[in-house]
Ligand binder design. Structure first.
Ligand code: NAD
Length: 299
């Protein structure tokens, strides 16, 4: 390969290993789209995470590019079909961050069950709200996992290890934990989302689905913002239908619109800034997989 441009931050060890393959590596991991459009014509390969948006106008300038590697899972920041129509191979590192996301979802379930974030905020403000912070236990509760792929199944196994009943909904696979969506919504004390955001899954959870849920259900979204209708979630949190929610992803990131700000600021919401894959271990695995993909490409 002539030259490879790393457009978003990746592990330093991966950059070293990439250089060791003999490929010429340029690192410009805070490059703007305008700057990228100027230089991309020189590169045979590009490595991106979620920050760099590889849309049609950029792909049109990438006249010598043959491979785009996305470190991470979702390919929503790349116009994959268009890139492929130009003969560019697009690949990602889908399994590298699965455990990190499953552990965050589990941590969020504990945070919701035991009000950990609220307790901490109150302590830091000098409070001692022991009486207001009575929690619940995960053991014995029903966990409904929507999307039972890599992350969903890992979370299911962790839930079972804690003594939870696990039901899952996924129309595209076979598994003994699967039930129809309506059944999952009716049974689950915790619902965790682990499916991609596509035209079909957009607002999969909306006002009608919230109405089918148990009163006081707790919801975790560490998948993608648009899968849940955030306005419907906000209304369900205000009415008490949903007791609490934990969000790592948003339809707008960072969330700046009025509705999303109000949602994030609710005391019964625990919000994190899209950190599902942000563990040292996952970042190292993503780096290792990027190196493997480059080696396979060269071979
Ligand atoms: P995966 O492809 O292994 O699993 C996704 C599952 O969703 C598949 O089994 C698929 O059949 C199922 N699915 C598709 N449409 C569905 C529908 N309409 N209803 C129910 N299930 C449906 O993917 P994964 O690696 O487990 O990732 C799951 C999600 O997590 C993705 O949206 C990914 O973008 C997101 N993710 C988030 C972070 C983060 O930082 N928060 C990090 C990595 C991945």
């Amino acid at each position: 390969m002539a030259k490879l441009l790393i457009c978003d931050p990746i592990a330093a060890s991966a950059i070293e290993a990439l250089r060791a393959t003999g490929v010429e590596i340029d690192v410009q991991d805070s490059i703007t789209l305008e700057e990228l459009a100027e230089v991309i014509g020189e590169y045979e390969g590009m490595v991106v995470r979620g920050r760099t948006k590889v849309r049609e106008p950029l792909i049109d300038k990438a006249t010598h590019t043959r491979i785009i590697i996305r470190g991470g899972v979702g390919l929503d920041n790349i116009d994959v079909a268009y890139a492929e129509s130009k003969g560019i191979q697009v690949c990602n590192t889908p399994a590298a961050s699965s455990n990190a996301v499953a552990e965050l979802a589990l941590g969020m379930m504990f945070a919701l069950a035991r009000h950990i974030a609220r307790a901490d905020a109150s302590m830091k403000a000098g409070g001692w709200d022991k009486k207001k912070l009575k929690g619940t236990e995960l053991s014995g509760k029903t966990l409904g996992v929507i999307g039972y792929g890599r992350i969903g199944r890992l979370l299911g196994a962790k839930g079972k290890a804690l003594g939870m009943q696990v039901v899952a909904y996924d129309p595209y696979i076979k598994h003994e934990d699967l039930v129809p969506l309506e059944e999952l919504l009716a049974q689950a004390d915790y619902i965790s989302l682990h499916l991609p955001h596509t035209e079909t899954t957009h607002h999969l959870l909306n006002t009608a689905q919230f109405a089918l849920m148990k009163n006081g259900v707790r919801i975790v979204d560490a998948a993608r913002g648009g899968v849940m209708d955030e306005a419907a979630l906000y209304a369900a949190l205000l009415s008490g239908k949903v007791a609490a929610a934990a969000l790592d992803v948003y339809s707008e990131e960072p969330p700046q619109g009025e509705l999303l700000r109000k949602l994030v600021e609710l005391p019964q919401v625990v919000a994190t800034p899209h950190i599902g894959a942000s563990t040292k271990e996952a970042q190292a695995r993503i780096g290792d997989e990027i190196v493997k993909l480059v080696q396979e490409y060269l071979a």
